[in-house]
Design a protein around this ligand. Structure first.
Ligand code: PLP
Length: 373
């Protein structure tokens, strides 16, 4: 019997390509019958979660028979305090991915469009297409640009806006390129965007950026009521497995997001772990310092090996391997090393490498030296 379950789906969903996650370590070890594989594929924090988060989790475990606080009051309050905004500006998400989805759901119809760049984070096209809206994709600077190769081009982003545009997504730094716009570049761009277009500034990797590049969030939200900032606990706070992130926005936008969000979209465990993580500034500083040291080590080694890579402000580096990235990725799997091929980002001759611990970085460099000669 033939079914029509594919063609019965809405047109946008039928054309969706599912998000490709990094290969799990356990899967590679099972496939190759090896041990001690390392995954440098999903921009996770190799240091692991804060001990304060783990202690909070242990304490909260016995209460998981209860639903979580749907509004996540305690966590939202602390997030508001730390960002110098009001709790009415905060919306929690099941990862910041959840917020991106809520925004598309709330603000896009099939008659609308959203703008983002080439090589932008893969979830933007997915959430836009899932609601049947159109993506207007802006070109980036060229791969040979001397200031920011493959970086976002503010003029191209503006040129991609038309009278159907309701949302614009900008990741800073962007994943998978690692490239960034400076605060003056972003402010100059925001000033030229009409105030009925919602600007989504995705700051998933903000903590890894040089301080001088980090925005004054409260001030920016005041100046641009159409600005939504998304942040996550998956990266520097090392809670990717728990799924928690948030948006900071005008209270009216938060009000709209609250209407489309699932009633209990963030778990009680995620809430307590995130709250405890925010109190562990030592862990945050250690994570950033480790990333900076790893970045310097990898970049120096790539320079010595005469390998090109994109400038990065994240916890990952896009390495220009100048050959089929998928094939090299597969050869590296045999060394027990999982990187991220990025052909789906129209970067077939790059591999994205998450910066690991010193030992992990050394293993990666040894395998790359063998494979690349
Ligand atoms: C730019 C960017 N935004 C958002 C996310 C989503 O992160 P999460 O849903 O874990 O908060 C990621 C994850 O890789 C990312 O790279």
């Amino acid at each position: 019997m033939t079914h029509r379950f594919i063609t019965l789906a809405t047109p946008g969903v039928q054309q969706l390509q599912p998000y490709l996650p990094g290969k799990p370590v356990a899967e590679l070890e099972r496939e190759l019958g090896i041990q001690h594989a390392i995954k440098l594929a999903s921009n996770e924090n190799p240091l692991g979660p804060s001990p304060l988060a783990l202690a909070a989790l242990r304490q909260a475990l016995s209460s998981i028979n209860y639903y979580p606080d749907g509004s996540g009051f305690a966590l939202s309050q602390r997030i508001a305090e730390l960002n110098h905004v009001d709790i009415s500006n905060v919306t929690l998400g099941n990862g910041s991915n959840d917020i991106l989805e809520m925004l598309a759901h709330a603000y896009l119809t099939p008659a609308d469009s959203a703008v983002f760049s080439e090589h932008a984070f893969a979830v933007y096209p997915i959430v836009v297409q899932a609601v049947g809206a159109r993506a207007n994709i802006a070109s980036t600077l060229s791969a040979t640009d001397t200031t920011m190769p493959l970086g976002h081009d503010p003029d191209a982003l503006l040129d991609s806006i038309d009278n159907t545009t309701r949302l614009i997504f900008i990741a800073n730094p962007n994943n998978p390129t690692g490239t960034w716009l400076t605060p003056p570049q972003l402010l100059g761009l925001f000033e030229r965007i009409a105030d009925d277009i919602i600007i989504v500034l995705d700051l998933a990797y903000m903590e890894y950026m040089d301080k001088s590049l980090q925005p004054d969030i409260a001030d920016w939200l005041q100046r641009f009521p159409n600005l939504v900032i998304t942040r996550t606990f998956s990266k520097v706070y090392a809670l990717a497995g728990l799924r928690i992130g948030y948006a900071l926005s005008h209270p009216d936008i938060a009000n709209i997001l609250n209407r489309v969000r699932q009633p209990f979209n963030t778990s009680s465990l995620a809430q307590v772990a995130a709250l405890a993580s925010l109190d562990d500034s030592e862990h945050l500083h250690k994570s950033v310092a480790m990333n900076n040291a790893g970045k310097a080590m990898l970049e120096a080694a790539f320079d010595a090996m005469q390998l090109d890579y994109l400038p990065t402000m994240g916890n990952f580096i896009a390495l220009h391997v100048k050959q089929n990235g998928q094939a090299l990725y597969e050869r590296l799997l045999k060394h027990g090393i999982i990187l991220r091929p990025v052909a789906n980002y129209q970067m077939p001759d790059y591999l994205r490498i998450t910066i690991g611990t010193e030992t992990q970085n050394q293993r990666l460099l040894a395998a790359l030296a063998k494979e690349l000669g």
